[in-house]
Design a protein around this ligand. Structure first.
Ligand SMILES: *Cc1c(COP(=O)(O)O)cnc(C)c1O
Length: 481
């Protein structure tokens, strides 16, 4: 299999399709396009046959790994199966052939879909109003934290410069706080892996704008003191932000709005089954409680008393636009189709199966990979590979060895409060058999770590590329041929 680019494989004169000779005088090109837009010479495009092109892309795709190929228990990322019916529906001409500059009258159906999806998410989260504009989870966080800032500024409460974030938080939480100009203050976890209430009390004060929390947290543990935390936050004049990237454990059981949260973001590309893509397109809607509605980005999609959908730009306190038009519309179509096909009454089943699967996988592997916070988990759990350090094996080596078995590793080295962390989230869409197979491979690797650690240290040996220098890949990107 050659690693050449299409342009290197070109054979002058070779064609992918042949068109009949034109049988009428060809109009001069500058009659069709303004001459200022015409090229001086033809672009240098690869010249190839259809089969050359198909093989090129097929072979590239084979080097990749996806949820369609096997289990992908990437903790905190919710890599669940993407039902194909959603893909089919999102490809309907009525969705793909419309344009955001069309008249509002001609896109009532699309606006209805947006409006209804907003409504579903309002019900699921217990929030009063949703915007679907943000393009990813981190973008939703940025938008939500901007609203927290706007809320305090509007009340002329300018001393609130701090955002409290737990030490177990996803890295995007401190990042989106800092990007909004807040000073990030870390609150410690207690010995149960939950927010240390006494530490939190010590931090809360008239300079705190808000607290960002995930519940269940990134250890997969439910923050059982959440109602108390919400009261402490509100009594101190701070707002409570819910990182709802992964709602797989609570769907249909509880709602951030009922727990006392003021703002929430969702990841449609996690909980609501739309593909993650290769870094996009995603969708990170946010929802807010009533008092915060005036600050939402414009436009909001609304319905008039006569049942007509329209765009509302009349929001003088809005933080402005965070993205062009309505967000990633086709992603919204997929999430809408998913929610309709699951149905309100079945939301609970998603949580039940996600939690059951996580606990089953945990019970299968805990003898080999210690669980630092060993209790029933929610949709994910965190193990440690620390025990294998005495054989010279790191968690990174365990993850790389999984690749040799043709299977995707869990999230590693996160959350930061567990050393040599392995974070598993199997999701509800895995079968009992696939969980058992994954556990068996993990057991085999645990044995290898003790007997033949060099197998792990030299892994992966069967992948298209071996160990990459990940820092160099980021710092010294080669984006040009
Ligand atoms: C994935 C994730 C995010 C960020 O979502 P992106 O769409 O990747 O920007 C934020 N918080 C948590 C807990 C997550 O798992």
């Amino acid at each position: 299999m050659s690693d050449k680019l299409l342009i290197e494989k070109t054979v002058p004169g070779r064609e992918g399709c042949s068109l009949p000779e034109i049988d009428c005088p060809a109009p001069p090109l500058d009659m069709l396009f303004p001459s200022s837009l015409l090229r001086e010479k033809s672009p240098s495009l690869p010249e190839m046959s259809e089969s050359d092109v198909v093989r090129h892309f097929y072979n590239l795709a084979k080097k990749n790994y996806s949820i369609d190929e096997g289990m992908y228990p990437l903790g905190s990322c919710t890599m669940k199966y993407n039902p194909k019916v959603n893909e089919e529906l999102s490809k309907l001409d009525g969705f793909t052939h419309i344009h955001p500059y069309q008249s509002i009258d001609s896109v009532q159906g699309a606006l209805e879909l947006i409006y209804e999806l907003q409504h579903f998410l309002e019900e699921i989260s217990g929030m009063d109003k949703i915007t679907l504009q943000p393009a990813a989870g981190a973008h939703g966080e940025f938008t939500g934290v901007a609203i927290i800032r706007a809320y305090h500024e509007d009340r002329k409460d300018k001393k609130r410069t701090k955002m409290i974030v737990p030490d177990s938080a996803h890295g995007t939480n401190p990042a989106s706080s800092a990007m909004n100009g807040f000073e990030v203050v870390e609150v410690k976890s207690d010995s149960d892996g939950l927010v240390d209430i006494e530490a939190l009390k010590g931090l809360l004060g008239a300079d705190v704008a808000g607290i960002m929390l995930t519940n269940p947290n990134t250890l997969g543990l439910f923050e059982k003191n959440i109602v108390r935390i919400a009261k402490l936050a509100h009594d101190a004049g701070a707002l409570l932000y819910y990182d709802g990237a992964n709602m797989n454990a609570i769907l249909g059981y509880t709602r951030p709005g009922d727990m006392g949260f003021d703002i929430v973001h969702f990841n449609l590309h996690k909980t609501f089954s739309t593909p993650h893509g290769t870094g996009g397109p995603g969708s990170g809607p946010i929802g807010v409680k009533r008092d915060l509605i005036p600050f939402l980005p414009v436009p909001t999609v609304e319905r008039s008393a006569e049942g007509k959908y329209f765009l509302n730009y009349d929001k003088p306190k809005s933080i402005g636009r965070v993205r062009s038009f309505y967000g990633n519309f086709i992603v919204l179509v997929k999430a809408y189709a998913y929610l309709l096909s699951v149905g309100k009454d079945n939301l609970k089943k998603i949580s039940q199966m996600a939690v059951l699967n996580a606990n089953y996988l945990m019970s299968l592997i805990k003898e080999h990979y210690r669980i630092p916070y060993d209790t029933i988990c929610k949709h994910e759990f965190v193990a440690t590979g620390k025990e294998y350090k005495k054989y010279g094996v790191k968690t990174l080596d365990i993850a790389k060895r999984l690749l040799d078995y043709g299977i995707h590793p869990p999230t590693i080295y996160f959350p930061l409060i567990v050393s040599e962390a392995l974070m598993f989230e199997p999701t509800e869409t895995e079968s009992k058999e696939s969980l058992e197979e994954y556990a068996n491979i993990l057991k085999r690797i645990a044995e290898e770590a003790k007997r033949k650690p060099e197998l792990l240290k030299n892994a992966p040996s069967k992948t298209p590329v071996r160990r990459l220098n990940e820092v160099k890949a980021v710092r010294d990107m080669k984006l040009r041929w």
